[in-house]
Structures are given as structure tokens and as C-alpha cells.
Design a protein around this ligand. Structure first.
Ligand code: APR
Ligand code: PHB
Length: 393
């Protein structure tokens, strides 16, 4: 068995793990990233594309913001379509000038990989049977296999950034871990197409036939979604059927402008709210999707991962550079306080805009009242805007 020595072992080479290893390396803290899949596989995943300003600041601090600054689009508002109307939420007006950046998560991940390469960061791909050990001892270690050989890394801490299906959360004893979950009775069918976006800004649409979202990656790349039953399969949706259904759910003036084309990616994602508590067990810290999932309405998935990384990074800085572990000891509590607010917001926005198959007439009237209230109250719009641009860390 070959043995490595490091300070932090990071399990998972998604955006959470890569961002943390990059931030730590910039401050001289050593880490190893263990990723189960190839880099091509990780970069093949299409995920959301709206970044809070706090996330953008972290990318700057990590020295990874060159392309994002050039190619990311600043959005100062978005639209909500409902009852044939198109209303706008002015993010900047309600937040003292805050905005979001539209830039795909896949591109964020690509930029992080490139930055890691430039610094000579250690990222091991295609590793199998990753297992954390000695979580309650003075030092922890992680074992794994690569190309048939056994490996071990001794470390001070392990970070579980291995997504919802990873091994890290499962290493916390069941009697310690409490899981909260809500599964929604529908999914989102997403299509990526090389067509100009239908509008400059995002459009979230509430419609009797179900929710729809018009999003984008650039001026020549669009991302659209429609709410579908969980029993649907992406391969059963032809491009033509998708465009027809999307148009039916959009206000006429928008549908008339929609430019369609062949899909270059098509997939269905179920909607789920999930939180695991605590986010620390001994030497193991959970971050990102490993600890929490939000439904995509509101685009809080990647952004909640980023706030975890912010708290964890500052915890490690205190521990390694100042000899003060107070922030590290408060990690779980601090991260969860913000996570639950993102969970609340995503749940609220999901309820506001989706059609619930078992919903009653009363539910529908309450939903309509929620929308009427939103667009008749500056305070309600300010609350939505404050959450959408991202609550402070
Ligand atoms: N060993 C090593 N790596 C693993 C293991 C394992 N046992 N299990 C999973 N992984 C890897 C996955 O292959 C994946 O690349 O961990 C990575 C986790 O990445 P993500 O699922 O992308 O999670 P995270 O980095 O927390 O990113 C936050 O924000 O928008 C949301 O869900 C979206 O991925 C996004 C997330
Ligand atoms: C996306 O562009 O993929 C996207 C945007 C906003 C959301 C969800 C997904 O709320």
C-alpha cells in the first residue's frame, strides 16, 4: 500500500471540492482531492447557471475569475410569467444594487480544474472504494484503490464534498445523523440548445399545465425546462414535443419569439429538499450536495455549496494560520443556519410556481394570492430579491 501525508483530504472533485482545494492551496494549506469519475465525466454534467455575488467573490479570491469576469452575464432582474402577465423582479432596485451572474456550473468546474492544474494541485481521478477512517482520533486517514493498487492518505481533516450519493455522509453513525427530506411529486425536463435565448433575462413561468423556465448560458446557448411527472422519461420526449409544450406554458408574446432548434442535452431531474445534520462528525466535515439538496427553483444548489466552502475555508484559515479553531468548531452551526434559509426560499419558490398534481382548488387560490401579493407589495418583492441574490455569509 502506498501512503500519502497531507493536511486535508477532500472526497469529491465537483465544484465544492475543487473550490476548497484551490482556496486552501492559495494560503499554503495542503490537500488531496479524490474523485470517483474521470474529468471528462465531471465536465459532461449540465447543471444550473445562476451565481450569487458571494460565489463570484469566492472565485475571485481563489484566483479563478478571469473567464467568468469576461464571459459571465450580469443580471439585474428576472421575470415571472403568470395569468398571461409578465412581471419583473428588479433585483438591483430592491437590494441596493446587488445582481446575479449567469455563468454555467460546468464552466465554473472547468475553470477550477484549470486553476488547479496551473498550481499543481493534486486531484486523483477514477479512484474506487474511497473510505474515511479514524474520524474520532487525533488524526484521520482515507483509503482508496486506483488501478488495482491500494492507497492511504493520513490527514488532519477529511472533507466530504462527494455529492448526494457519496460515501462521506454514510460514514457518520446513524444515531448521530438526522436527515430531513421532502420529495416533490414532479421533475424538471431540461433542454440545452444552440439557439439565442428567448429573452435577455430569465423567465420563471407558472401555468395551469405546469411550471416552465427560460434560462440561458450565453447569447447563443439557451437552457429551458418544463415541469413533468416523475414517471416521464427524457428519451420519450422528442424535441418537437418539448418545444410545443414549452410554448403552451409561456405568455403569447414570449412564445412567439421563441427560437427552437435541436437539443444538445436533454435530461430529467427530480425535485427534492434534503438536509443532513450535523455537518461535522469528529474530523469529517460535509459540504455541498453531500449535506443538502434544494429543488432548483431559485438556483440555490451551487450557491449553498459555495457558502459551506466559505465557512469551511475560514475555519481552516483560523485553525492553520492563527491556531484558533473557533470558526471550525462553529462550522456545522453556521453553515446550517444559512442552508435552512436557502431551503426555505427554494421550497417557497417551488410552491409558488408549480402545479401540484394532488393540489385542491383551495391550494390554487392560495397560490394565486401569493403571486398577487408578491406583485402588489414592494416589501414582498424586496424579500424575494434579497434571497435570490443571496443572503450574506
Ligand atoms: N468517492 C469519490 N468521489 C465521489 C464519490 C466517492 N465515493 N461519490 C461521489 N463522488 C464525486 C462525484 O463523482 C462528483 O464529481 O463527488 C463529486 C460531487 O460533486 P457534485 O455532485 O457536483 O456536488 P458538489 O461539488 O457539492 O456541488 C454542488 O450544486 O447545483 C448544485 O447539485 C449541483 O453539483 C452541484 C452542487
Ligand atoms: C439554469 O440555467 O439551469 C437554471 C437557472 C435558474 C434556476 C434553475 C436552473 O432557478
Amino acid at each position: 500500500m502506498s501512503t500519502h501525508q497531507t493536511q486535508v483530504v477532500i472526497i469529491g472533485g465537483g465544484p465544492s471540492g475543487l473550490l476548497l482545494s484551490q482556496l486552501l492551496h492559495c494560503k499554503g494549506i495542503r490537500s488531496i482531492v479524490l474523485e470517483k469519475h474521470t474529468r471528462e465525466y465531471v465536465l459532461g454534467r449540465i447543471r444550473a447557471g445562476v451565481l450569487e455575488h458571494g460565489f463570484v467573490n469566492l472565485m475571485r479570491e481563489a484566483g479563478c475569475s478571469g473567464r467568468l469576469n469576461r464571459e459571465g452575464e450580469i443580471h439585474a432582474g428576472f421575470h415571472i410569467a403568470h395569468q398571461g402577465r409578465l412581471d419583473r423582479i428588479d433585483l438591483a432596485k430592491h437590494t441596493g444594487g446587488e445582481t446575479v451572474m449567469v455563468y454555467g456550473q460546468t464552466e465554473v468546474t472547468r475553470d477550477l480544474y484549470e486553476a488547479r492544474d496551473v498550481m499543481g494541485g493534486v486531484i486523483l481521478h477514477d479512484v474506487q472504494n474511497v473510505q474515511p477512517h479514524a474520524l474520532k482520533d487525533a488524526r484521520a486517514y482515507v483509503t482508496w484503490e486506483q488501478d488495482g493498487a491500494a492507497h492511504r492518505a493520513d490527514c488532519d481533516f477529511i472533507v466530504g464534498a462527494d455529492g448526494f450519493h457519496g460515501v462521506s455522509r454514510k460514514s457518520i453513525p446513524a444515531e448521530v445523523l438526522k436527515e430531513y427530506e421532502k420529495v416533490y411529486p414532479f421533475g424538471w425536463l431540461g433542454v440545452l440548445s444552440e439557439t439565442p435565448p428567448v429573452a435577455q433575462e430569465l423567465i420563471y413561468a407558472r401555468h395551469e399545465r405546469g411550471f416552465a423556465l427560460c434560462s440561458l448560458r450565453s447569447r447563443v446557448l439557451s437552457r429551458y425546462y418544463i415541469q413533468v411527472p416523475l414517471t416521464d422519461r427524457a428519451e420519450d420526449w422528442s424535441d418537437a414535443a418539448f418545444w410545443t409544450e414549452l410554448k403552451r406554458r409561456l405568455p403569447e408574446q414570449v412564445a412567439g419569439q421563441l427560437e427552437t432548434g435541436p437539443s444538445i442535452e436533454k435530461s430529467i431531474a427530480p425535485l427534492r429538499s434534503f438536509v443532513a445534520e450535523p455537518m461535522r462528525y469528529g474530523n469529517l466535515f460535509l459540504a455541498g450536495d453531500a449535506a443538502h439538496i434544494v429543488p432548483p427553483t431559485g438556483a440555490k444548489g451551487l450557491n449553498s455549496a459555495a457558502s459551506d466552502i466559505y465557512y469551511l475555508y475560514h475555519g481552516f484559515l483560523g485553525h492553520y494560520l492563527q491556531g484558533d479553531s473557533t470558526a471550525l468548531d462553529r462550522y456545522s452551526e453556521q453553515a446550517l443556519a444559512r442552508v435552512w434559509k436557502a431551503e426555505r426560499f427554494s421550497w417557497w419558490m417551488t410552491n409558488l410556481l408549480h402545479r401540484f398534481p394532488q393540489g385542491t382548488e383551495t391550494d390554487l387560490r392560495l397560490q394565486r394570492a401569493d403571486l398577487d401579493y408578491l406583485f402588489s407589495s414592494e416589501a414582498a418583492q424586496a424579500s424575494l430579491a434579497e434571497n435570490y441574490v443571496g443572503l450574506p455569509y
